[in-house]
Design a protein around this ligand. Structure first.
Ligand code: NAG
Ligand code: NAG
Length: 194
């Protein structure tokens, strides 16, 4: 199964195996968009987009790592580096509206080959929000992951929070990930904007 695709890719690196398991429940979900403003102090925004990941088209293996101790069947060699630039759409359908792009790299960083250090910039061009978010964290190959948002630009200046990535679909070499954004503007950021 999916043997042509041995990489835990992208931002959030989850194996195709897992995608198949959660496909039936996740495929029907659509993006949502909620905006909260508590006491005019803590502003937050919650929505989902879909990231499309195709080996040798949107993600490339740049450096092949070394085989570390304790590497299992699904593991990727330690130090393997992938670099990606991928579209983000409003639904899981690749033909749906593109509202963002994610650029970054992922380096296999545990000796068992299951964890990767991911660094990415997500540039968003949505109806009410334009700007970028920078995301940093360790992804595990076998399970969905939360990644801290370490900052942003434009309408996301000073934003913190996290994104959750889960695989929703696998078609040949194309993988689709659902990316859930949970963004929070600290009080000083909201004050600066008004
Ligand atoms: C991607 O490209 C590399 C280098 O050309 C090749 O070895 C590999 O088989 C390709 N992988 C897929 C899944 O097309
Ligand atoms: C994806 O969108 C295209 C264009 O709107 C449509 O033709 C196609 O049927 C959709 N695919 C799925 C699986 O819904």
């Amino acid at each position: 199964m999916a043997s042509s695709r041995h990489c835990p890719v992208t931002l959030f690196a989850v194996f195709p195996l897992l995608s198949l398991i959660i496909l039936p429940c996740a495929i029907a979900s659509t993006s949502h968009y909620h905006h909260h403003n508590h006491n005019h102090e803590l502003k937050s925004l919650h929505f989902s987009l879909y990231q499309h990941d195709i080996i040798n088209q949107t993600v490339y293996l740049i450096v092949k790592g070394v085989v570390g101790p304790g590497v299992g069947q699904v593991a990727v060699p330690f130090g393997t580096i992938y670099v990606f630039q991928e579209p983000m759409t409003v639904t899981a359908n690749r033909s749906s509206a593109v509202v963002g792009v994610v650029q970054g790299s992922s380096t296999v960083s545990s000796f068992d080959g299951l964890e990767s250090m991911a660094v990415a910039k997500i540039t968003l061009n949505m109806k009410h929000y334009k700007g970028s978010l920078s995301v940093l964290g360790i992804a595990h190959s076998m399970k969905p992951a939360d990644h801290p948002v370490v900052g942003g630009t434009g309408d996301f200046l000073f934003v913190q929070g996290y994104v959750t990535s889960s695989p929703v679909d696998l078609k040949g070499n194309a993988l689709v990930y659902k990316i859930e954004f949970h963004l929070y503007w600290p009080p000083y950021a909201t004050k600066l904007m008004t």
